[in-house]
Design a protein around this ligand. Structure first.
Ligand code: GRF
Length: 214
């Protein structure tokens, strides 16, 4: 069977990338064929290199706009023929042309979307005084952290939480959710019903519980 090829875009530490390296980058599951970053100092690049995964820094050039930058990025990604593109802490908004060419693209975000899109989602959640936050894995469209939701996991806000503490706990959930999402794509288990995305087994489970309730 042909290997399932994954390209990862990351701008920072790369702990989500590390979870993918540890859990899905192996024969029979998936192969991470490229890690690229707009930030040459991103630890994500070092994590990839340490594992022998092709890692490419692609910093924006002075004055380069979003579309021009992503056209250069597209050249890089195109060559590695990914079946799935994963945004694992990628801090730029993808333009329409990139989203259309490389779909499906998934993103992981540290809140229960559609609440708190954008930067510092844990800080936004604390500022609003919510009692539960969490993480979301969703399909990427042209919006900021919009697009059909595939997985969400909740995390309780604790007394004395800071954005850093809350984010640290949410990241543990993110790693698990992102691994589940990529594995589901690799196994062809992601299903779409209208704008609703589901993982196959969960569809069956929810059908069963619905039958039971009725
Ligand atoms: C994660 O919380 C992700 O949801 C957000 O940026 C963070 C990246 O963390 N978009 P890491 O670089 O994977 O450690």
């Amino acid at each position: 069977m042909a290997e399932f090829r994954v390209a990862v875009l990351a701008s920072g530490d790369g702990s989500n990338l590390q979870a993918l390296i540890d859990e899905i980058h192996r024969p029979g599951i998936a192969k991470i064929v490229l890690v690229t970053s707009d930030n040459p100092g991103a630890r994500a690049l070092a994590r990839a290199k340490d594992t022998g995964i092709p890692a490419q820094s692609l910093p924006p050039q002075p004055g380069e706009g979003r579309r021009a930058y992503h056209a250069r990025l597209a050249e890089l990604v195109r060559v590695c023929r990914p079946d799935l593109v994963v945004l694992a802490g990628y801090m730029r908004l993808l333009p329409k042309a990139f989203v259309q060419e490389f779909a499906p693209i998934i993103n992981v975000h540290p809140s229960l979307l559609p609440a708190f899109p954008g930067l510092d989602a844990p800080g936004q959640a604390l500022a609003q005084g919510v009692k539960v936050s969490g993480c979301t894995v969703h399909l990427v469209d042209e919006g900021m952290d919009t697009g059909p939701i595939l997985i969400q996991e909740p995390e309780l806000v604790l007394p004395g939480d800071t954005p850093e503490l809350l984010h640290k706990r949410i990241k543990v959930l993110e790693h698990r959710a992102l691994v589940r999402a990529v594995a589901a794509f690799a196994q062809g288990k992601v299903q779409k019903a209208g704008s609703n995305l589901m993982i196959e087994e969960e569809t069956d489970a929810s059908k069963a519980s619905l039958t039971q309730r009725v």
